[in-house]
Write a protein that binds this ligand. Structure first.
Ligand SMILES: CC(C)(COP(=O)(O)OP(=O)(O)OC[C@H]1O[C@@H](n2cnc3c(N)ncnc32)[C@H](O)[C@@H]1OP(=O)(O)O)[C@@H](O)C(=O)NCCC(=O)NCCS
Length: 223
């Protein structure tokens, strides 16, 4: 079989209900439609970078540039996986995972969002659990970081239910005004001590080096 020049497109992170993978360019309009349909109550801003405030079509172009940029600038030293999340075939949101110098630091950071009508029914927890399983079990991460503004109850509850611990607070600009960002950390030891979600990873062998980890011939961790 011919080797794909960009094997990241074949990477799949799978749970009972979800498939997480890089979106194809032909799927960008679907993602944009999901963003357009709303991610959060406009009276609040969950993101440090207030990208959802941009009016269309500027926001749509910024979104496309963002997804292109993450793959265009991908290196093993600095990577950012923008995983489109499909629930039983339907595009519902995005689960990101990114790292700098992962091979040495073994630290990842995650970020995510769901279309509003897909929120509150367990998908957020399931997709974060899936990406954590990928990070800890497949890539060999030692810690996973996240953060949320102090009043983002859904995001904080998602992190808490997966075992993250508070890791201090910082002041970040929120729509131009400083506000409290809660930092969160989940260590590999804590991950190991908890029940794990059922997650299957396909296609990592061919792209392990993209993440700064070496490929192996068989199943198991890549470190
Ligand atoms: C944050 C987000 C991804 C969570 O996904 P979700 O599918 O809504 O959350 P889930 O249904 O999986 O619930 C996860 C936990 O949060 C709790 N939760 C969900 N919505 C909640 C709400 N509005 N208020 C309080 N808790 C909430 C659930 O009870 C559950 O906790 P438990 O496991 O202890 O029972 C989603 O709400 C979202 O996209 N929000 C807008 C964008 C955003 O805030 N992104 C994160 C930026 S830091």
């Amino acid at each position: 079989m011919a080797v794909s020049p960009w094997p990241l497109f074949d990477l799949r992170i799978l749970t009972a209900r979800l498939e997480i993978r890089l979106p194809e360019e032909a799927e960008f309009p679907l993602l944009i439609k999901l963003v357009d349909s709303g991610i959060h109550d406009p009276s609040t801003m969950p993101f440090v970078e207030p990208w959802t405030d941009e009016p269309a079509p500027r926001r749509q172009r910024t979104n496309m540039q963002w997804w292109w940029r993450q793959r265009a600038e991908w290196t093993p030293e600095k990577w950012h996986f923008t995983g489109a999340v499909f629930a039983e075939g339907e595009l519902v949101g995005v689960q990101d995972i990114f790292a700098v110098q992962f091979a040495r630091r073994r630290s990842v950071t995650t970020g995510s969002w769901l279309g509003r009508r897909h929120q509150g029914c367990g998908l957020g927890r399931e997709m974060r659990g899936a990406i954590l399983a990928f990070a800890f079990e497949s890539l060999g991460a030692l810690e996973a970081l996240s953060c949320a503004f102090y009043d983002n109850a859904a995001s904080l509850a998602t992190s808490a239910s997966l075992g993250y611990e508070p890791n201090g607070e910082t002041l970040e600009l929120r729509r131009g005004v400083p506000d409290r960002l809660v930092n969160l950390r989940l260590t590999k030891d804590r991950w190991d001590g908890r029940a794990h979600p059922d997650v299957r990873v396909e296609g990592l062998d061919a792209c392990a080096e993209f993440f700064g980890v070496r490929s192996t011939d068989g199943p198991g961790p890549y470190f």
